[in-house]
Design a protein around this ligand. Structure first.
Ligand code: 5GP
Ligand code: ZN
Length: 113
């Protein structure tokens, strides 16, 4: 998608602090972190929301989740704890319409809204 900011980050057109990349996903620091560790994990493929993946993307979604756990370990928050979440559509608080996992940790997180 030519006007999607996360597609542009995945394509290297917009800079980001990328900490992981492979053929199907990349991970980078959130520009406005909500905690000491705030990483976004996105598929390279443009999927707008969590409503969009089909059965063919189930493996990808699973690998994004296990990648989140590996990054949590790398960042030193695996044992202290962290949160992985997906915001979907306006009521879910989604602002960027390219599917992403938030990995948030490094401080005590409050209860879910
Ligand atoms: P959402 O609300 O869609 O779940 O989360 C979007 C996230 O993307 C927000 O936490 C926001 O700070 C982050 N974000 C928005 N634009 C950029 C950007 O250009 N670069 C980076 N690294 N993060 C961004
Ligand atoms: Zn996109």
């Amino acid at each position: 998608m030519s006007d999607c900011i996360f597609c542009k980050i995945a394509g290297g057109e917009i800079p980001a602090k990328v900490s992981y990349r492979d053929e199907e996903m990349i991970a980078f620091d959130d520009i406005s972190p909500k905690a000491p560790v705030h990483v976004l994990i996105i598929p390279r493929e443009h999927l707008a929301t969590l409503n969009d993946p089909g059965p063919e993307q189930e493996g990808l979604l699973g690998r994004m989740m296990t990648r989140a756990a590996l990054i949590a370990k790398e960042r030193g928050v695996a044992e202290s704890g962290y949160r992985v979440l997906v915001n979907c559509n306006p009521d879910g608080g989604q602002e960027v319409f390219h599917l992403h996992l938030h990995l948030i940790g490094g401080r005590k997180l409050g209860p879910m809204a």
